[in-house]
Write a new protein. Structure first.
Length: 254
């Protein structure tokens, strides 16, 4: 079981009044809901979508397309990403730690763009949101967790990554929409995902507090129109100027 991360400093609240985070297990409907919120929420607000996952899959596919060295390095990255997200207690090697650290830096780069949009008054629908409560990319936490073994560079990168996630998690979105689902239903919707990983997610994600942010818990097994309407209404309540400008298509709500 993943253990809570150590923290050397208390998180300070920085409220992001223009950020809506959509979280939940794979198969709960995050992408569908995010897309519909992007299309149906507006009014006098500019709205943008942003993916805040760690994007290892996209990066690996890009590396695989490079000539000569692309495929081997891509396969290596994929294998190391899988190992880093497992329950294996063995400390990762230095190269793996560097790869994980770079992925976290990429997530932080996207997060800084989110902060800029928030300052500009843009309403951001964020698919996933970083947290510093528990380790693991599966849960949008630090990929290196509480690694204390290894050399100086390993320990340094691990500590820096933890500070990075502590900093990101200290920014509270206006609303966290959390889609809950059981592992079996999630696996039916995402059969390419390991059931054991889905079970970890459905047991851990509902317990995350996101540093005390306002959370709307919705049942991803309920009829989708009910889920969408509840999310729309909550956004209009917490975000001044946001209104429902259009309805999802009939195909989307089935």
């Amino acid at each position: 079981m993943n253990q809570p991360l150590p923290s050397n400093s208390r998180l300070t609240d920085k409220h992001l009044d223009n950020v809506i985070a959509v979280t939940g297990c794979d198969g709960a409907g995050k992408s569908t809901l995010s897309d519909d919120l992007l299309r149906t929420i507006g009014g006098d607000r500019q709205v943008e979508w942003m993916y805040l996952g760690q994007s290892s899959g996209n990066i690996a596919r890009w590396i695989k397309d490079l000539p000569l060295i692309g495929a081997p390095v891509g396969r290596y990255l994929v294998s190391k990403a899988k190992i880093s997200q497992s329950k294996n207690k063995t400390a990762p090697g230095l190269l793996t730690i560097i790869v994980i650290y770079l992925l976290s830096q990429w997530r932080a780069h996207k997060f800084r763009r989110l902060l800029k949009l928030n300052r500009q008054g843009v309403l951001v629908i964020a698919d996933r949101y970083p947290q510093a409560e528990l380790p693991g990319f599966h849960f949008d936490g630090p990929g290196l967790g509480a690694v204390t073994t290894g050399g100086w560079l390993s320990r340094t990168l691990t500590a820096r990554e933890q500070r990075l996630y502590t900093w990101m998690a200290s920014h509270l979105p206006a609303l966290v929409i959390r889609l809950n689902i059981d592992a079996e239903t999630a696996h039916q919707r995402k059969p390419d995902h390991r059931l054991s990983v889905l079970r970890d997610k459905v047991s851990i994600i509902p317990a995350l507090t996101f540093n005390g942010a306002r959370i709307l818990d919705l049942n991803g097994c309920h009829p989708y129109p009910q889920v969408l309407t509840a999310a729309q209404n909550e956004i209009c309540e917490v975000c001044p100027g946001a209104t429902i400008t259009s309805e999802a298509t009939k195909e989307d709500t089935q």
